[in-house]
Design a protein around this ligand. Structure first.
Ligand code: FIX
Ligand code: ZN
Length: 441
């Protein structure tokens, strides 16, 4: 009897009208809180590293690279300017003398509009006055509310001297901010790592042998205890291979994977970045290349007890990453990273992932460095994700199966937070804050 009634209610809830279906998808995608699983935003407790405001927004490295395309100014002159002068130059070049058409420039416009500021202003006076007048904590709450982000994951580097010093003071960071333990300093430049560790009193051999491995394991154990990261992460060049006959391979096998197992921590691999293609542009001078997804397959196959998160920078690698995720259920594709975070490419990748993986992936992360970027990164992402999801439900409808509103909520919640929570063992506590519990795959 009950199931008959439930069945009737379900039938009544079926979204068979396309206009209504689109409306429900758009509403759900815009209203569902997201966990932003990879950012470079720090919580306010990290004094000097919590970036916010118009000058930081305009001197984001995406916009610096674009400014050099529309000015003859030499990089050394640019780096000789103060932050305020750089921001003024970027504003004049990209927003006044040119139309801000690129995704990163359009993002600044979205942020300004969210606060009622004029994106056609000839200068930055009003914007600067606005950001200066904000109470920092209220402003943070407001930005997270507009972005619809319940939690965010920082990028925490135990090889960054400035950050290391701050960690000794940060005992109780804002509960919405979680750590991730970044391993680039260990895995991408071993000779430099040896020196950095040596300066901190940790003597390790240039050839990582038994004692060095033990010291490095202890080093990571200590940072896991201090940061309580949700996962470990590393960005890798397109040439990354596994197995390989280099130091990185040894460190991954002997230090990183055992740490992942001991602490039940997932390992995020961000593959395809070529650092310093144009060093004169500093962070704006990084490039990319196509990776070998076979390396990821072999890593997943050899380590079925470790969970991997993966994002790849080359558009050409996206399809193969989806196919790999179909083979290995310890592999979770996430985000449309960096040069992929443009509407046309986000749309293509999201549709491809829905078609190959259903809802078993994490559609986007913001990679925001400056607090207010969260607003545009998520607003823009939600529009594309909603359109891609609507298209997918519509195809299902045309095949003969409608969905209900409850199913849409379930699907979006899974992609926006559920997949990540399950992957890293992050539970929702009754008061709305999150709790990290360790769990094996
Ligand atoms: O390695 C990374 O985490 C990259 O996302 C950054 O290095 C990069 O500068 C960035 O912010 C891209 O969005
Ligand atoms: Zn990043």
């Amino acid at each position: 009897m009950t199931s008959l009634m439930e069945n009737r209610i379900e039938q009544a809830e079926l979204l068979t009208d396309r206009v209504e279906l689109r409306r429900q998808v758009e509403f759900t995608v815009s209203a569902t809180p997201v966990i932003d699983i990879h950012t470079h935003v720090f919580s306010p407790e990290f004094d000097g590293m919590f970036l916010h405001g118009i000058d930081e927004l305009l001197t984001y490295h995406y916009l610096i690279a674009e400014t050099f395309r529309s000015t003859d100014l030499l990089p050394e002159r640019f780096w000789g300017m103060t932050r305020t002068q750089r921001a003024d130059l970027v504003w004049r070049t990209l927003f006044v003398e040119n139309t801000p058409l690129s995704e990163a420039a359009c993002g600044v416009v979205s942020v300004l509009r969210a606060f009622g500021l004029d994106p056609r202003s000839p200068d930055l006076d009003d914007a600067r006055a606005f950001f200066r007048s904000q109470d920092l904590h209220q402003h943070l709450d407001r930005v997270l509310a507009i972005a619809g982000a319940s939690d965010l994951v920082m990028t925490n580097d135990p090889f960054n001297v400035r950050e290391v010093l701050l960690w000794s003071d940060v005992t109780n960071p804002d509960h919405r901010f979680h750590a991730s333990l970044r391993l680039d300093g260990l895995l991408n430049d071993w000779p430099q790592a040896v020196q950095t560790l040596g300066r901190r009193g940790l003597r390790v051999g240039t050839e990582p042998s038994g004692p060095t491995v033990s010291k490095l394991r202890r080093f990571l154990d200590e940072w896991v205890a201090r940061m309580k990261p949700l996962y470990m992460a590393v960005s890798l060049p397109p040439e990354f291979n596994f197995p390989d006959d280099d130091v990185r391979d040894l460190l991954i096998r002997e230090v990183v994977l055992p740490t992942a197992r001991d602490h039940a921590l997932a390992l995020a691999l961000m593959i395809g970045v070529r650092r310093g293609v144009n060093p004169a542009l500093r962070a704006a001078g990084d490039g990319m290349g196509r990776a070998d997804i076979g390396a990821l397959d072999r890593l997943c196959a050899e380590n079925p007890d470790v969970r991997f998160l993966a994002t790849v920078l080359s558009r050409e690698n996206q399809h193969q990453l989806c196919v790999s995720a179909r083979k290995f259920n310890n592999l979770m594709p996430f985000g449309c990273w960096w040069f992929l975070n443009n509407p046309s490419i986000v749309s293509e990748i999201t549709r491809e992932r829905l078609e190959l993986l259903g809802t078993s992936f994490i559609p986007q992360h913001s990679d925001a460095c400056v607090l207010e970027q969260l607003i545009y990164k998520w607003r823009h992402a939600r529009v594309i994700i909603a359109a891609s999801l609507y298209e997918t439900y519509d195809r299902l409808l045309q095949s003969g199966r409608a969905v209900t509103r409850r199913e849409i909520v379930r699907d979006v919640t899974r992609m926006f937070s559920g997949n990540f929570r399950a992957w890293v063992g992050l539970q929702q506590t009754p008061c709305g804050t999150a709790d990290h519990t360790l769990e094996s795959p």
